[in-house]
Design a protein around this ligand. Sequence first.
Ligand code: PNS
Length: 159
Amino acid sequence: MTRVLYPGSFDPVHNGHVELVETASRLFDEVVVGTLMNPSKGGGLFTLEERMELLDECFAHLDNVRTTMFDGLVVALATEVEADFIVKGLRAVSDFEAELQMAQTNLAISGVHTLFLPTASRRSFLASGLIREVSRLGGDVSEMVPEPVRLRLAEKAGA
Ligand code: PNS
């Protein structure tokens, strides 16, 4: 049985993340989607609890996917959930350098390898930060995020 951890900040989860989890759920026996703080991104729009609620709604249709949240190192979460591998998505070559460095750091400190899955090109422009900005300024994000996320973004924008 192979269990993988898909970590991210998911602030909020978007259709590129959904595609990756759907692919991973076909490739591996179990997928744990873990939402963590990205120390370089500040506090964010959604709390970790809100991000996890949205992840739960977005992945309710996948039996072998579960979600969790964690405050700490991604490799500590990988150990806690007994993941065999970490999986990450690559949208474009611009993601590669930072992701490779994180993968190599995580391997060095834990022995856990990271597997990369490419994002379909039609979703490679998706980024949570831009989605937050478009929504905050009244733009339409319905092609970029699942419906529960669109609704929560609209609530935040109207608040
Ligand atoms: O969705 P993101 O923002 O690209 O996810 C980045 C994330 C949360 C996976 C990364 O910031 C992370 O691993 N955070 C936990 C702290 C950690 O383990 N840092 C060392 C990374 S080599």
